[in-house]
Design a protein around this ligand. Structure first.
Ligand code: ADP
Length: 295
């Protein structure tokens, strides 16, 4: 499967240009869409999920015109939106059965087997009789993935799935997502760099509606080799360093401020070379658009 997005644009009636000429090609596997809040990730996801119209451009899933043939796309799609309401007084088991029925699985026995195997997959079997209203954030997200998987989707879209999960819940969710990717396209939108470095074989950085980078995380990090330098300074010195260098991240540790800068050549001045990571890639791209200290 291949998803090809070409010159996609969307401006909301209030004048916000949420998607600006976005072109991306996605193959099977996990694709991370990384960007700060307000970057346009949800707008792009909702458009691909056929939930809102684009102004111009195209999206093709193999030969299928996604923007035109919405019903066909929906049959191939699993979607976990950023926020989804659950009916609090219904059990996970009954809700999944109901969704499976809506998705056209008419045989009750077949539905029962499917629901049980999905619940097992997302590790909710022992809680399947509990009302959804009693579920924790992580359990709700896993339930959300189970419902998105009904009907063997070829394209799975998960929008900010790890926001609000505690570290253990996030780990469980990572494990679940990493099992999906092989024969499907999974698009994962996130503002958390670790989500991409842990899970994704390809990714794009999006900011203010534009794609700033697209490629493989390892390659992106490799390209930063020899360009990242770090130094400990006092808080009062920060302004001065920001005037002279491209400061891409700052971290306060035991009273000292550790800064990382992007620099083609050795800046001297007490800076030491640092091994690059995906956060450096992210912040150095974003730094060209927004003040990284505000992210
Ligand atoms: P992200 O998912 O990366 O946080 P969004 O796609 O939600 O970004 O938002 C991109 C921009 O579009 C933001 O400036 C947001 O305020 C604006 N926006 C999102 N949805 C709407 C809408 N329905 N009407 C008007 N503006 C919107």
């Amino acid at each position: 499967m291949k998803l090809v997005i070409n010159s996609l644009c969307k401006t909301y009636p209030n004048g916000v240009q949420a998607i600006k000429d976005v072109s991306l090609t996605l193959n099977n596997g996990m694709f991370g869409l990384l960007g700060p809040n307000g970057a346009g990730k949800s707008s792009l996801m909702r458009t691909i999920a056929t939930l809102q119209e684009a102004d111009s451009g195209s999206v093709f899933l193999d030969d299928l015109d996604v923007l035109k043939h919405k019903t066909e796309v929906r049959q191939l799609l699993g979607y976990l939106p950023q926020e989804f309401g659950v009916y609090p007084k219904i059990s996970a088991e009954r809700m999944l059965d109901h969704i499976a029925q809506l998705k056209g699985i008419e045989n009750a026995g077949e539905r029962k087997d499917l629901v049980n195997s999905l619940l097992d997959n997302v590790n909710l079997s022992k809680d399947k009789k509990k009302h959804l209203g009693t579920y924790s954030g992580g359990m709700k997200q896993r339930f959300g993935i189970a419902q998105a998987l009904i009907g063997n989707p070829k394209l799975i879209i998960v929008d900010e799935p790890t926001a609000g999960l505690d570290p253990a819940e996030r780990n469980r969710f990572y494990n679940l997502l990493s099992q999906l990717g092989e024969n499907t396209i999974v698009i994962l939108s996130t503002h958390i760099v670790e989500d991409v470095s842990t899970l994704c074989s390809n990714f794009a950085i999006i900011c203010m509606g534009e794609v700033l980078y697209a490629g493989e995380p390892d390659t992106a990090v490799h390209e930063m080799e020899g360009k990242i330098y770090s130094k400990s300074i006092t808080k009062a010195e920060l302004g001065h360093y920001q005037d002279d260098f491209t400061v891409i991240s700052t971290q306060l540790k035991t009273g000292k401020l550790h800064i990382r800068i992007l620099q083609e050549t050795d800046p001297g001045n007490g800076f030491v070379p640092a091994a690059p990571n995906l956060e450096d890639v992210y912040f150095s791209n974003i730094a060209t658009r927004v003040d990284v200290n505000t992210i």
